[in-house]
Design a protein around this ligand. Structure first.
Ligand code: NDP
Length: 281
């Protein structure tokens, strides 16, 4: 069967499945089984990070799956304690080892503006790309000012910016800046970790479409063109979150969801998040 999941072409020609599977907050001892279940459900894109502590288990699931590595798109992210270029080089090598080979996409997890070295860190990411430790590089949680510095001072335009986006945080200016500069937007916490599931407008649209609230929210992302990777440890929800391509939201339904934007974050604000793992938060 041909996969119904659309592919998005990144600015260097690499393609990424628009819907993937996120493994944040899945304990390492549960990650191999969760990723195997996700691959069984049809996911072919896994989003992990050094900070999540489960890259090795993602690598194990891929090895056990019987699928060819080239059929699966794997993203990881450079940790906040490894921004220094020498530390970045070592961290990249550890990710490649844990994942049993080069990554498909490798991101700077947070800009850490108070530390202020993300331009140097980006040069280390460019080196990882040149060394074929990853097929594409990008950033996460970068604001417009942070992206502008990379565009002005470095060579490779980030392929993606992975940011918090959901119906309560539509992120229009940052998404538009990305679109103008060929930087694809990836939407993390696409259902706001469940916070949107009780929303009356989304519930009403779920009734109109005969779909679940999670599917309505995820379909809204897909129709906006963003890349998403909802997390679930329940196989039934994994399947539900992938069944997004046999229905569509009308313009009216899309604009009612657009009307829910309050600008409210569930995660940290990148402008003042400078946390280094192992230090108090
Ligand atoms: P999500 O918006 O994906 O929500 C996950 C939560 O919703 C879990 O509690 C899950 O519970 C529940 N859930 C999932 N599907 C359903 C469903 N169909 N019905 C009801 N409940 C559901 O939040 P995440 O924060 O996990 O974001 C997704 C991914 O984004 C992460 O795994 C990670 O890869 C990435 N991310 C990146 C960040 C960054 O800084 N770059 C920050 C945060 C996330 P259960 O598991 O019990 O089903």
């Amino acid at each position: 069967m041909t996969s119904p999941i659309p592919q998005i072409t990144l600015n260097n020609g690499v393609t990424i499945p628009q819907v993937g599977f996120g493994v944040f907050q899945i304990p390492p001892e549960e990650t191999t089984d969760a990723v195997l279940a996700a691959l069984e459900a049809g996911y072919r894109h896994i989003d992990t990070a050094q900070m999540y502590g489960n890259e090795k288990q993602v690598g194990e699931a891929i090895a056990q799956s019987g699928l060819d590595r080239s059929e699966i798109f794997v993203t990881s992210k450079l940790n906040n304690d490894s921004h220094d270029p020498a530390a970045a080089k070592a961290a990249t090598a550890r990710s490649v080892e844990a994942l049993n080979g080069p990554m498909d996409l490798y991101l700077v997890h947070w800009p850490m503006p108070a530390v202020g070295d993300y331009v140097d860190t980006w040069r280390a990411m460019e080196e990882a790309l040149a060394d074929e430790q990853t097929r594409a590089i990008g950033v996460s949680n970068f604001q417009i000012a942070h992206l502008e510095r990379l565009l002005d001072e470095t060579d490779v335009v980030p392929a993606v910016n992975q940011i918090e986006v959901h119906p309560y945080l539509a992120q229009e200016p940052l998404r538009a800046f990305g679109a103008q500069n060929a930087i694809a937007t990836e939407a993390w916490s696409p259902i706001a970790r469940g916070a949107v599931l009780d929303d009356p407008v989304l519930q009403q649209i779920a009734g109109e479409t005969g779909r679940t609230v999670a599917q309505v929210a995820l379909r809204w992302h897909v129709q906006r063109g963003d890349i998403v990777f909802p997390k679930s440890t329940h196989p039934q929800r994994m399947a539900e979150n992938l069944a997004l391509f046999d229905f569509a939201l009308s313009d009216d339904q899309m604009s009612r969801i657009n009307g829910l934007n309050t600008g409210e974050r569930i995660g940290p604000n990148p402008d003042d998040f400078n946390w280094i793992p192992g230090t108090p938060r």
